[in-house]
Ligand binder design. Sequence first.
Ligand SMILES: Cc1cc2nc3c(=O)[nH]c(=O)nc-3n(C[C@H](O)[C@H](O)[C@H](O)COP(=O)(O)OP(=O)(O)OC[C@H]3O[C@@H](n4cnc5c(N)ncnc54)[C@H](O)[C@@H]3O)c2cc1C
Length: 453
Amino acid sequence: MTTRIVIIGGGPAGHSAATYGARLGAEIVLIERDVLGGAAHLWDCIPSKAMIATGGALSFLSRSEGMGLDKVTPHIDLDGVRERLSGIEAKLTSSTNRVLASQNVRIIDGTGSILGPHLVRATTPDGGEEDFEADYIVLCTGSRPRLPDWADVDGERILSTRDAYPPKELPEHIVVVGSGVTGVEFVHMFRSFGSEVTLLVSRQQVLPAKDAEVAAALEDDFLRRGVNLMKGARSVGIDRTERGVIVHAEDGRHAEGSHALLAIGSVPNSEMLGLENVGIETDGGYVPVDHHCRSSVPHIYAAGDLSGRLPLSSVASMQGRKIAEHAMGMHDLPHRHLDYDKAASAIFTEPEIADVGLAEADAFAEGRKIRVTKVPFSVSAKALINDDPRGFVKIVSDPATGVILGGSIVGRHAAELISILALAVNAGLTVNDIVESLFVHPTLSEVLAEAAE
Ligand SMILES: Cc1cc2nc3c(=O)[nH]c(=O)nc-3n(C[C@H](O)[C@H](O)[C@H](O)COP(=O)(O)OP(=O)(O)OC[C@H]3O[C@@H](n4cnc5c(N)ncnc54)[C@H](O)[C@@H]3O)c2cc1C
């Protein structure tokens, strides 16, 4: 009998579970209440990176003299940016639809909830209901921005991350609350667009979870570009004023601007999913999963942000694939569990920041012996050709075996370059494997080979 899998949520996790499940022969129903591609396409990864790319083009053109060109003075056109974002989203949604349709995935436009251990209900926008029986259920409902009770987000002056793609008007002075990955990307983006930017950092370092040297490189860049950093400032309130907003910090300081943007994390979309109907355990609204992404009810899986693991689109997609393989019995064969510690991640600031695997600071904290090598991009011919010698490559390896354990890259195209180290970390390659590889000259990748020496 054909295996029936019902998936709730069509973001990267749901899309990937559906595609691989169908490829492996399952009958798939995918219930999505909004747009296929999920928050990733509509609100998060894609629009943010598209706007950052526009900001990058703007700052590159503004520095055109460094490339031997006459000075160019470009200006941001928010309507043009809006059009560009909808164009990208439409293309991605249509290709996602095409892929799923070609695999005979049944797509239901509606809100899904669990009625019983093997029964899922879809409620369509017109109030219609359809029930589906399932051998396996996959929950991929994602997350949404966390909105604190001390700020009244109005989408005009006080913005959540979802109000900023792009905002109705270009902020004259935006106060960003939250200095994690999302917060610093917005700082970078609005600064490239020409807004004045103040960043409230609740601790003493932006990107508190990152390598101190990497965070320092970003702080230096922010300061050089005139971003106001307010450190040790934990936000406790935002008032709207006649001219804009005032963000209050716990210690009595405040920051005034035309707009405020909150980037303080996310909360899972797990309400109204019917988890209680089957007794699925939750933790703060997230659905904890084992190494096969099974919830506490073994034939019900959870993936993506809802699973409370690394909130990355790449991780969500991989979890979706692993679930499809497990449900279709493929994990009885030798296979690799998803190792969250080996996921590469990037921050699309300028310079870009990317890392993978073991961080130097964590190795020291664990008292682990490591070898750290670091080479700046300023030694690279390609960096000079690009007129951008900022940043460095750092490789963490095992001093006894040379096995690459991790690495960080700060600099142009870091998010692309980290793939070499991600492959090395995931495949257990050694520094010598990189040294012996013939990379193209002149490229930035050559700096990785130098750092591996
Ligand atoms: C500003 C920002 C930028 C980001 N940039 C990156 C990046 O550059 N790279 C990266 O890897 N990650 C990035 N992320 C993280 C990434 O967006 C998420 O990790 C990813 O979207 C998670 O995928 P998902 O499938 O779990 O959920 P989502 O993409 O959130 O999709 C969930 C889907 O489920 C649907 N849904 C919810 N409830 C129901 C229901 N009951 N019935 C039917 N449908 C339902 C929703 O409509 C949605 O379409 C970013 C996040 C933010 C906030």
